[in-house]
Design a binder for this molecule. Structure first.
Ligand SMILES: Nc1nc2c(ncn2[C@@H]2O[C@H](COP(=O)(O)OP(=O)(O)OP(=O)(O)O)[C@@H](O)[C@H]2O)c(=O)[nH]1
Ligand SMILES: [Mg+2]
Length: 435
């Protein structure tokens, strides 16, 4: 008998005996450059590959707004259908988020499964969840995604017969009415289980707090090298792979910092652009480690195509989980692969460091910086920052913790906990060491 979890994942996970053939579709809206759309599709291709299928074609349409019925225009739908027939595609994956009705309409016309980026990410998460909590979180996100998509339809039925990626996410479901009720009951149960798990974690956390150790969370874009860094610093033995979302469950290890007290270092789930909101919501319990950490180590792949975009995407998720108030130390990783990029990024981001988690290059400097920043959490300085120096105000917020701000005639008076290094860099604005 299958467990409810397996059932939510579907008997038809990606069929790995055959590699499914996938056509990617994107709509370029006016605020997106062609380059941005291509990058996003490259990433989607990587996601599809991680999920265990092959991309065999791409279709892009520039539009002022999505079509109400099919997301792309009717002419483009016909073109897409032709292409699917020509390459014998099993499934089409939209980079944009499809409404349940659009998904249904597309499946009907195309005669094959149509899913979106969210479904692919959910699929990968489903494959990578191992702990009780991880599984419960993924199942919850999956069920919430599926609920509005339960529906009878020709395309959907076909998808179910064929199996594959889409079958779990597509409209395909035959015993719908019963299922809807059951899914709703299951969602309620999972929500309450997760609440219990959160309570247990809360207790564990309190006992850790009593240990008096500072906590540091490693966050960052998926595949940035977070787990590799944790392994380099401790003997955590966490799985690190050239694979997206390899880590779903947080691992915590003790780390001795140079000249400082030990800290608790936690590896976390990676972020990605347009991380489905439902998933973030479901993973709140796990992501909470970032929100309650004393400091964030934000790992960035210096050799990524668009590191700035990845930083922005990570910060967006941090804001969503209320972790944007936690000070961060940006670590540009993989300096062995992209030494020039890493050096430039460090210049562009004052206060950041460059490392290679693989060769160990820069690690000592990183550890000293982190120790200094943590000591600084108790080090309050007062700064007077002219109103036109929004950049400085932003640095203070990022590198330290703002205690209070007062508007003065010459500028903003900011009292903040800052590391010696940050205070030194901002020396021209420091008016007092408040102790
Ligand atoms: N060359 C090089 N490769 C690295 C470095 N750090 C990590 N990698 C590689 O990058 C890939 C991803 O590393 P992980 O540590 O799994 O990345 P992660 O951020 O934990 O990824 P997720 O858990 O999937 O979000 C692996 O293939 C690592 O070997 C580095 O400093 N240099
Ligand atoms: Mg990892």
């Amino acid at each position: 008998m299958s467990t409810p979890y397996q059932e939510a994942l579907g008997a038809t996970l990606i069929d790995r005996t055959i590699r499914e053939k996938i056509v990617l579709v994107a709509v370029a809206l006016p605020d997106q450059t062609d380059e941005r759309v291509d990058q996003s599709l490259d990433e989607l291709e990587l996601l599809v590959d991680t999920a265990g299928a092959d991309v065999v074609g791409r279709v892009v349409q520039r539009r002022d707004a999505p079509d109400h019925t099919w997301y792309i225009g009717k002419g483009k739908v016909d073109e897409l259908k032709e292409l699917c027939l020509a390459v014998d595609a099993d499934t089409v994956v939209f980079d944009n988020e499809l409404a349940p009705a659009q998904q249904f309409n597309l499946e009907k016309v195309l005669g094959r499964t149509a899913i979106d980026r969210t479904a692919v990410i959910l699929d990968i998460f489903g494959q990578n969840a191992h702990t009780l909590e991880g599984k419960a979180q993924v199942e919850l996100a999956l069920l919430r995604y599926r609920l509005p998509r339960l529906r009878r339809g020709k395309g959907a039925k076909l998808a179910q017969q064929r199996g594959g990626v889409g079958a779990r996410f597509g409209g395909g479901e035959t015993k719908i009415e019963v299922d809807r009720r059951r899914i709703m009951r299951r969602i309620t149960k999972l929500e309450s289980d997760l609440k219990d798990l959160a309570a247990t974690r809360d207790l564990q956390r309190k006992s850790r707090r009593r240990s008096g150790l500072a906590s540091v969370a490693i966050v960052g874009y998926t595949n940035a090298g977070k787990s590799t860094l944790l392994n380099r610093l401790t003997d955590a033995g966490v799985l690190s792979e050239d694979r997206l979302f390899a880590t779903l469950d947080p691992t915590t290890r003790r780390l001795a910092l140079p000249g400082g007290e030990p800290v608790l270092l936690t590896d976390t789930v990676g972020f990605v652009r347009s991380l489905p909101h439902g998933l973030v919501e479901a993973f709140k319990g796990t992501l909470e480690v970032a929100a309650i950490a004393d400091y964030l180590v934000h790992v960035v792949d210096a050799g990524a195509v668009d590191p700035e975009g990845q930083i922005a995407a990570v910060r967006e998720v941090l804001a969503e989980i209320d972790a944007d108030h936690v000070p961060e130390l940006i670590v540009f990783n993989k300096s062995d692969l992209a030494p020039d990029d890493a050096a430039q990024l460090v210049v562009d981001h004052p206060g950041s460091v460059a490392v290679s988690a693989v060769t160990g290059d820069g690690i000592d400097d990183f550890l000293r910086t982190l120790a200094d920043r943590l000591r600084a959490l108790t080090n309050v300085v007062e700064l007077l920052i002219p109103y036109d120096r929004g950049d400085v105000i932003a640095s203070v917020h990022r590198e330290g913790e703002v205690v209070s701000t007062t508007e003065a005639e010459k500028g903003l008076t900011v009292r903040a906990r800052l590391s010696d290094a940050s205070a030194g860099r901002l020396a021209e604005f420091v008016v007092a060491e408040a102790g």
